[in-house]
Design a binder for this molecule. Structure first.
Ligand code: TRP
Length: 430
């Protein structure tokens, strides 16, 4: 399906085709942030599918141009280090978080003692979370620690009900079960509010008011252009983007921010969620709110290779947070795509290709030591390190990491989940 370009969406608005809904475009205002539409052969990246024809995975530099975002360059990484006084997270050092919108603005304000809040989320489509799902949460936890700011986490159980063949009760149950895994990442209960849309939408008049404000300022034509909805999609899907937009505005959480409608929001998320927030940033000034800033991550590759991302619905593509040490070992040995050569002789002679090797890719997400990672890259490329040895190194990195997660999750009681998920005041000083 071909999505519309920025110019086409603007043309539509300027020509008044989307006037019917009663929200006239502001004169001369352009939809911001949108890059060019995908061309044939481009990687497919949208909230519902991600695929690339290259074994190295999606071309992220091209995506920055297409989406009209900015690259997280060394200068920004150094600035984050300076402002926080902390070593940048390995996800920043290694380009896992590679793109942003307005991060400099967040840092400018932070340097003047103006605080902000974090917003991220998860669509709970099953009980089973995999290691790839942890990426945004591991990073968000680090951001919460180094900036000492409040965080809201949206569990879009409503979204999964609308998109999948699941009952409302199932989606709600998955939201609570997934919240347990998220809490196990170590968030501070005094600074974190996790909410199920199905619960919070009905309980918070302020949240719903913001949903309605967004709904009034986005037309069917625009969401069709941004998300590719068609006439046969149910109307719940068509209005859902307003629900994902609302947590970007501090007035959706009066229990946290009181009367403040202007606290800046920073959203760490995978780049496939960007369409929601391009829409949000377009609407924000028209309803009197600051635009949220964003930090975008790359995708976590499937075991079979970086052409697709890890998917919970493909058991063999994923390492689940519930997998035993033995399952982790077997899956990696059996399924992890190798950039090595077919025979040991050939591998020793020509070396392997770490850029196509899934085990190496996973190590670059999870191995903390930069020097050790670099040595592995060199030894694998030269042929000194064999595929089996590389896999062993990954297995030994993941097994303790996942066992520790399981242990922390075991300690998350129903009461603790309840605490995180109750609307309440958080520690926030503005
Ligand atoms: N739509 C996201 C998903 O399916 C969930 C989500 C809601 C989200 N709000 C978010 C993700 C904000 C990142 C940031 O997973």
């Amino acid at each position: 399906m071909r999505l519309m370009t920025c110019d086409e969406i603007n043309d539509m608005r300027v020509s008044g085709q989307d006037y019917k809904a009663g929200c006239p475009p502001v004169d001369g205002e352009m939809l911001e942030d949108h890059g060019a539409a995908p061309e044939d052969g481009d990687d497919q990246v949208d909230p519902w599918s991600v695929s690339s024809s290259s074994a190295k995975g999606v071309d992220y530099d091209k995506l920055i141009v297409r989406f009209g975002s900015s690259k997280i360059d060394q200068e920004l990484v150094d600035r984050i280090a300076r402002v926080t006084g902390k070593t940048p997270h390995r996800f920043l050092r290694r380009g896992v978080f590679f793109s942003h919108r307005d991060m400099h603005q967040i840092l400018d304000a932070f340097e003047k003692q103006k605080s902000f809040y974090l917003y991220t989320g998860r669509g709970p489509s099953s009980e089973a979370m995999h290691v790839g799902h942890l990426i945004p949460f591991i990073f968000t936890k680090w951001l919460q620690d180094v900036f000492d700011v409040p965080l809201v986490i949206q569990m879009t159980d409503d979204e999964k009900y609308l998109w999948k063949d699941l009952s409302l009760d199932e989606c709600h149950r998955y939201a609570v079960e997934n919240a347990r895994d998220i809490i196990a990442c170590g968030f501070d209960v005094n600074k974190t509010f996790i909410f199920s849309d199905l619960d919070y939408m009905g309980a918070s008049p302020a949240f719903y008011r913001n949903v309605v404000k967004v709904q009034k300022h986005v037309t069917f034509n625009q969401v069709k252009g941004i998300f590719g909805f068609t006439d046969s999609d149910c109307i719940g899907k068509i209005s859902f983007p307003a629900i994902q937009a609302a947590p970007s505005f501090s007035s959706s959480f009066p229990q946290i921010f009181g009367e403040r409608t202007d606290v800046q929001c920073l959203i760490p998320c995978a780049i496939d969620q960007d369409p929601y927030f391009r829409m949000t940033r377009d609407v924000a000034p028209r309803i009197g709110y600051p635009k949220p800033a964003l930090l975008h991550s790359t995708f976590f590759p499937a075991l079979q290779g970086a052409q697709t991302k890890m998917s919970a619905s493909e058991a063999n593509s994923s390492i689940f947070l519930t997998d035993s040490a033995k399952q982790i070992k077997n899956k990696i040995n059996k399924h992890a795509f190798s950039g090595g050569k077919d025979t040991v002789e050939e591998h020793r002679k020509c070396g392997g290709n770490p850029d196509m090797d899934v085990s190496f890719m996973y190590l670059s997400f999870f191995l903390e030591d930069d020097d050790q990672l670099e040595k592995i890259r060199q030894d694998y490329s030269s042929g000194a390190l064999l595929t089996g040895e590389l896999k062993k190194c990954l297995i030994e990195t993941l097994q303790p990491m996942i066992a520790a997660h399981q242990e922390r999750r075991r300690l998350v009681t129903d009461e603790i989940v309840q605490q995180f998920m109750s609307p309440r005041k958080l520690h926030f000083n503005c």
